[in-house]
Design a protein around this ligand. Sequence first.
Ligand SMILES: Cc1cc2nc3c(=O)[nH]c(=O)nc-3n(C[C@H](O)[C@H](O)[C@H](O)COP(=O)(O)O)c2cc1C
Length: 221
Amino acid sequence: MDEQAAQIDLAAIGEDVPLLEGIRTARAIRRLRKDPVPPGLVRKVCEAGTFAPSGGNRQPWIFVAVTTPDGRAFVAERYRRAFHAYIAPALEAAKDPAFPEERRRNIRAALHLADHLAEAPVHLFVAGWTRRGEAQTQALFPAIQNVLLACRAVGLGASLTTVHRAFGGEIDAWLGLPRDCPSCALLPIGWPLGRYGRPPRRPVEECLFFERYEQRSPEEP
Ligand SMILES: Cc1cc2nc3c(=O)[nH]c(=O)nc-3n(C[C@H](O)[C@H](O)[C@H](O)COP(=O)(O)O)c2cc1C
């Protein structure tokens, strides 16, 4: 066990963060330190995932944490290729001086993750059993959000990514996942370089309606 892991009280860590404050400050943390994350902490955040609701309480989730340097390099090489293809149109659009600075920042952070994914100490894949031949993606997202919130609570940086799906079949086979249990998300997790904080979000007044929706602007959302 390394020194940091020895100092962590797994039962106590993260238990004191107020729920709503955690929710409001659980932004995507894509700049991560290389230091390892204790397996007990990976277990703790995945356990939070298992408390999510699911249809019929079927709990279709499977978590696979990839932590070896070779394994992370395999994933990162494919993620980088998929992300660069995905982001190319946005990079082109960002050349326009009128492109919003907030979105530019977001793209920069996402590119940083794509180019440094191999250094993220934990690549957590969330997969799920299909039902009657259909992926249960909607059943996995509450569990994924619980894991992200648990990471926020214990002080780990994390973000939700999906572009590895461009290489989904290959990566799933490499992970040992059966054909009827595809991965749906990849959460790169590690100790944050930056800080948690309130992310930019539309005010609730723009998206909350009582009784009936009324379009307020032609550009909505
Ligand atoms: C369904 C879904 C898929 C996403 N896929 C990716 C992805 O592949 N790569 C990535 O860097 N971020 C991905 N994100 C993260 C979003 O870009 C991020 O949540 C958003 O920019 C807000 O970031 P913030 O919390 O820092 O404001 C995804 C988010 C969702 C909900």
